[in-house]
Design a protein. Structure first.
Length: 189
């Protein structure tokens, strides 16, 4: 792993020369496929996870643009990290960037199909888009992977599935006008 890159005012010229040498060597190794982006910049998985947690905290504080920039940068450094993709998908979902969120959750599920968070969020996004078949598929998987009913996301999936069942029952009993009334009530929320 390359050394950490620090600059000091006292030895600026020497530090810049050292930095240039480190970057030149690291970039050459990276281009030869010897290093990942994470290794190129000398960042550990633990540091990436700490920064991801910080990005989530920033998003909770309303600093969504900063959180988005940080998470997108971290994904570049560690592109196979499913935790980062889950965090980024959740942020995209919050920002109503639906297609980007769906892409992130699909990436997570390709690598960890039993992830209840990604299954629930993906099911919810499909539900919001009116793709009930896909919504039921992913929400059902989240429920299936939590038979003890302890996972908060799987429990949210259960609640959405119950809502879908109620809507389906009401539409079957009253016809298509019931569906229109439900859409109107949702739009007023």
């Amino acid at each position: 792993m390359p050394p950490k890159l620090f600059l000091t005012v006292k030895n600026m010229d020497q530090d810049v020369a050292q930095l240039a040498a480190i970057l030149k060597t690291s970039l050459k190794e990276f281009l030869q496929g010897k290093n990942s982006p994470k290794e190129l910049f000398g960042v550990t998985s633990n540091e990436i996870n700490i920064l991801a947690a910080k990005a989530c905290e920033m998003a909770e504080q309303g600093k969504t643009a900063d959180a988005q920039s940080l998470l997108e940068g971290l994904v570049v450094l560690d592109p196979e990290n499913v935790y980062l993709h889950n965090c980024l998908g959740t942020l995209y979902m919050r920002l109503e960037l639906t297609k980007l969120a769906i892409g992130e959750f699909l990436f997570v599920l390709r690598h960890t199909p039993h992830d209840t968070t990604a299954n629930t969020n993906l099911g919810e996004l499909y539900f919001e888009q009116g793709d009930i078949e896909s919504a039921v598929k992913y929400l059902g998987k989240a429920v299936e992977f939590d038979p003890e009913e302890k996972d908060l996301f799987a429990n949210r999936a259960r609640a959405i599935l119950l809502l879908l069942a109620d809507i389906s029952k009401e539409v079957q009993e009253r016809g298509s006008e019931a569906l229109e009334e439900i859409k109107e009530r949702i739009a007023k929320m």
